[in-house]
Design a protein around this ligand. Sequence first.
Ligand code: 5GP
Length: 113
Amino acid sequence: MSESIFAKIISGEIPAEKLYEDEHCIAINDINPQAPVHVLLIPKKAIEKLADAQRDDQALLGHLMLAAGNVARQLGVAEAFRLIVNNGSGAGQTVFHLHLHIIAGGSLAESKM
Ligand code: 5GP
């Protein structure tokens, strides 16, 4: 698999402002935001898509959930945010390195998708 844009951001090859970083993941603003808050939470481990995660990744997946809450708190949106994972091109995935979209602001309650 060739390196994704996110792997290059994680390695520092492509500069990006990191809103959050710990030993397992980073958070950056989406380059093309679909909501007032649109952050990408990206594991440092390159897993192509969620369905490729293995049993060994269980702790990492849990870590991402906790990190999402931390990032939401840091951004002041912990009371109302949505997580989205697009799995596969048929679901709209365009970068094949697992990532969570953290979406907040606007009229979230009115759209369930
Ligand atoms: P996907 O469609 O794969 O679930 O989400 C990929 C997201 O990555 C898109 O929302 C897109 O705007 C964002 N994106 C693509 N390239 C870059 C980039 O170079 N920098 C940042 N910050 N976001 C990117």
